[in-house]
Structure formats: C-alpha cells, structure tokens
Design a protein around this ligand. Sequence first.
Ligand code: SF4
Length: 328
Amino acid sequence: MHAQHTFSAGDLEKYSYCPMSWWLSRGEKEDNEAQKRGIAQHEELSRDLDTFTNGMRTASTYGKVIMYYAVISTFLAIGSISILEYGNKLLISKLLLVLALLWLIIASSLLYVSIVVKREERGQVEHMAAYLALGALALSAISITMLLKGELLSLLLLVSSLIWLMGASIYLYYTLLNEERAKEVEKRRELRGKVIYSGDGSHSVLYSQDGALSGRPDFILEDEGRIFPVEYKSGRQPSAPLFSHMIQLSAYCKLVEDNFGIRPEIGYIQYGEKRFAVEYDGDLERIMKQELQEMRHAVETGIVHRNHDRPGKCLGCSRRDLCPEKLA
Ligand code: SF4
C-alpha cells in the first residue's frame, strides 16, 4: 500500500484543460506568468476583502458611537431647557429620579439575565442593559439640573449638546463612507451572505477527508443555511463556464462538504462582471473523481496524453514549445 497522492484543485483544472499541459506544468518554476497573475489576483481579492470586512465593522462600531453621542446630546439639550423657570419643577425632578432608579433596577436584572442566556443573545442583552443604565444616568442628571437655576448653565448645556451633536455628525459621515466602500465591494464581488472563508492567505488550505484533494477557494459564502464556494477568473470572459473551471469548482465543493459538513448544491464561477451558478450534482462529482483517478494513474505510470483534437487550443497554450503532442 502506498501513500495517497494529494492533488490541488488547481492541478485538476490544468489536467481537465489538457492532461499534457498539467504534466508539463509540474516542472515549471515558481515565477511563471500564470502564477504571477494568480498572486496579483489574490492580492486584489485580499484588498477587497479587507475593505469589505473593515468597512462593515467600522460602520457598525461608528453606528453605536453615533447613538451614544445623539443620546448624550439630546439629554444635554433637555437639561438645558429644564433649567429655565416654569411649573412645578420639584415634582418633575422627583418623578425623573424614580424613573432613573427603575431603569437602573431593570439594567441590573438584565446584566444578571445576560449570564444565563445563550452566547449569541448575550451581546444583545448587555447592550440593552448599557442603554438603560445610560438613560438612567441622563435622567438623574436632568433631575438634578432641574433644581439648579440660571440662564448661563442652560446656555452651557446647550453648547455642550451642540458639540456632541457635531461629533455624532462626523461619525455619521465616516459611517456612510465606510458603508459605501463596503457596499461597492459587495456589489462588484457579489458577496451575497456571510464570508466564512477567503483564499487570500488568512485561512489555511483545505484538504478533503481522504487526503486526495487540497485547495484554497477564493471565497466560501454562507447564506440562509446554505454554503457555496466562489471562484474568480481573470482574462477572457466566456459565454458559459469552461469545463476545466467547472471541474476545479466541483473540487472546491467537495472540500467545502468535507470541511464544513454541508454539501453545496451549487458553486459560482465569476468572469469579470459575469457570474455563473454551477450545479454540484452527482455527475459533476463523478467526473471530477474520475479525473483525479487518471492523474494518480499518470503519476504512477508516467503515461500522459492530450485529451483533445483542437489546434486552436494548442495555439493558445503556454506550454506549446515543450509539448510533444502539440497540434499547432
Ligand atoms: S500544446 Fe496542445 S497538447 Fe500540448 S499541452 Fe498545450 S494544449 Fe495540450
């Protein structure tokens, strides 16, 4: 019994294009043009992914900051108005203090609840507690300022309120900017759902359970419980997905199934602006496995031949000069 040979999804793509091309590529140096293009493509992908994830994260963080700033600004403005002379201030002040205490009690109860709820719900409960505590603090502040007198204090509070409002506006500007950048990448890359894997080097190479396959898909997306790989192709944009690219994608589907425990129903190949959905059915999987078997046989015997009679394909082949079976 011999150790199982591991082939990458990229090897499968080359083999499906022409077995002779794959065979000749095995001895090629690291710095050939195709590899350079691949590296450049992945660098661009990495930049896009950074813009997308950082943009969304920053927008979400800034969103919370805006809310805090707006709440503080509002309460300062209310405080400013409440200082001015009118009505029964003592009674209103007491009522506000009671309300603040009530909110604090609820906030404390929520903090206790957050310990016992599920992890995914904990953040939400803690946020709610924080908002209530913040509200209670502001109500207490208003309650106290209502007992103070003086137009100067009212003016100071109003100016502070405006400064906080300006801060909120600046954060709003950056939130919109980050959101816009992230959405541009999301639209261009069609990042529907959540990115759970990217082939930009931030995640490790995937291996199939039997060790026969390895690969690094450009993206793996999760959307409403479904999971699917996406592969980007530079260069010419065909009117339908190429066979060799479909085989490569089916290898990624197999890797997704083995590593994430969900069999993808489809995968996507994207050529520039055009995206094609490729069904990952039993037939495609069978053909991919058959190709793998043939590659294993080729390595064992050293026997490889081209799989086509198309001179045009040889004319566009980068390994033509070395090929003993070229047709043109
Ligand atoms: S020249 Fe033709 S036969 Fe040779 S590797 Fe290229 S495509 Fe295959």
